[in-house]
Design a protein around this ligand. Structure first.
Ligand code: NAD
Ligand code: LMR
Length: 327
């Protein structure tokens, strides 16, 4: 039997938490032979802690063989103590008519404290995935607090955009999603993100060659993927939850699986024209469990360069907005 992985999840009694915890406990994130201990953090408010108690009861009632323990707490030190992975979901979601960046002032400060505590008490191999919006910049805030953990351990999720783009391409080409590969998301988890259709493949062939419709690829597809979160809020009255939880399962599973090629928001070192030190969605290859390298030198044409410049500018603007929160 393998040693359990300690997984801290913040906002565990929220919408995404409810769609996520059961998947982790079932083995979907770390594998069918990997036990886990869930360390669940909620705000110190009676209603939230009571709801968390209910979620923990339901986890118990599933009798998951891989679930070796549940910690329920409102103390970050307890939640992040010895954690191998910290999944930072807990934050305000946006409502109708808002952009994710509107959440920055409220949500940003959560990540100051959490980044600091993770750096102090988490396991030496600690890794962090940020979901709370605006995810890229929140990851930057958390990472800026760390003295012990290197910045590349802090990632943010653009996997939902990758999955959304994959399905849009599959539908347009009338193929299965499993026929679509190399879908990379560049930049911010926001409407400015660039879904790099020119690199994507269907059955190994370039998407522009298979789909044609360059105008659709450049405009409608970008807009559908970039504004999908808002479309879901308009339809459901609440932000995406099950698909976000599923994307987080994919994000972490692929970061733990050597050889996987996927999109992750990571600290930029200037590749593809992103400012150094913003957290940008980039194509990565997992090199060892939890370790990755940015895939370099993929061809970038004029259209892609223009789109990357726009999303980079938004990331730089967000960084300027929170400069007082950065260490
Ligand atoms: P929710 O309101 O249903 O749940 C959030 C939970 O977090 C609540 O239970 C709240 O009590 C808790 N929380 C708030 N501050 C906390 C803190 N400091 N520590 C611990 N817990 C805290 O929201 P949700 O729908 O689960 O969404 C959570 C976040 O994820 C939002 O910011 C949302 O915008 C974001 N999101 C991101 C993506 C993405 O692709 N990156 C996708 C969907 C949602
Ligand atoms: C999403 O993309 O669905 C989430 O980021 C939620 C949102 O605010 O759009």
């Amino acid at each position: 039997m393998k040693k359990p992985i300690r997984v801290a999840v913040t906002g565990a009694a929220g919408q995404i938490g409810y769609a996520l915890l059961f998947r982790i406990a079932s083995g979907a994130m770390f594998g069918a032979d990997q036990p886990v201990i869930l360390q669940l953090l909620e705000v110190p408010v009676e209603k939230a802690l009571k709801a968390l108690e209910g979620v923990a009861m339901e986890l118990d009632d599933c009798a998951f063989p891989l679930l070796h323990g549940i910690v329920q707490t409102s103390k970050p030190e307890e939640a992040f103590g010895d954690a191998n992975w910290s999944l930072l979901v807990g934050a305000k979601p946006r409502g109708p008519g808002m952009e994710r960046a509107d959440l920055l002032k409220d949500n940003g400060k959560i990540f100051i404290e959490q980044g600091r505590v993770i750096d102090r008490v988490a396991a030496s191999d600690a890794r962090v995935a940020v979901v709370g919006n605006p995810a890229n910049t929140n990851a930057m805030i958390a990472a800026s607090q760390a003295k012990r953990l290197p910045a590349d351990r802090f990632t943010a999720m653009v996997r939902l955009d990758q999955n959304r783009a994959t399905t849009q391409l599959a539908k347009k080409a009338n193929v299965l999603v499993s026929n679509v590969s190399d879908v990379f998301i560049f930049g911010n988890h926001s409407p400015t993100m660039f879904s790099a259709f020119h690199l994507a493949k269907i059955n190994g062939k370039p998407v522009p060659q298979v789909i044609g419709h360059l105008e659709w690829l450049k405009s409608e597809m970008q807009e559908t993927v970039g504004k999908r979160g808002a479309a879901i809020i308009a339809a459901r009255g609440m932000s995406s939850a099950a698909s976000a939880a599923n994307a987080l399962v994919d994000h972490v599973r692929d970061l733990m699986t050597p050889g996987m090629i996927h999109s992750v928001a990571v600290k930029s070192h200037g590749d593809y024209g992103f400012d150094p030190d913003v957290w940008a969605g980039l194509p990565v290859k997992t090199t060892a469990p939890g370790a990755y390298e940015v895939i370099k030198n993929l061809p970038i044409d004029d259209f892609a360069r223009e789109k990357i410049a726009i999303t980079n500018k938004e990331l730089v603007d967000e960084r300027n907005t929170v400069k007082d929160m950065l260490k």
